[in-house]
Design a binder for this molecule. Sequence first.
Ligand code: ZN
Length: 140
Amino acid sequence: MTKTGSEVLSYCTSCRMDLAHTIVAMVGDKIARVECRTCKKPHAYKAPKGIDTPVAKPKKSSSKTQSRSAKVSIEDQWHELMLTHKNSPLQKYGIRQTFSAGDRLKHVKFGDGVVTKTIHPDKIEVVFQNDLKVLIHARD
Ligand SMILES: [Zn+2]
C-alpha cells in the first residue's frame, strides 16, 4: 500500500541512484515528495532509473548521413557520365569545334568534361569534375 510514511524505491537526485525513500507527500494516489533514507534529503518523487524506460536519444548522426546521401554531387555525376561515354573520343575544346550531347571534351582550364546537352545552337552544357559549365561552341 502506497501512503505517506511508507517506503518506496525512488531515484535520488543527490545520491544519483535508486534508493529506498520515505514518502512525505502524496497527491491523490501518486507520490509527490519523498525523503531519501541515505542522505535524508527531501525531493520530488522520481521513478527509479532502473525501472523507468530509457529516454530515446536524439539521432543526430543518422539525419546527417541522410542529407548527405540524398544529394548527388557533381563529381558523382561526372564519374557516371565519363563512364557512360567512355567510347566517345576526347576532343580538345575550342569555340570553333562543334559538340553534341554525349561528346567528351578536354578543356584547358576545367579539364575533361562530358557534354550533357545543347542549350542553344552555339551553347553547350558541360559537366566537369567539379563544376557544371556552359560553353560556347560552333563559332566560325
Ligand atoms: Zn539520497
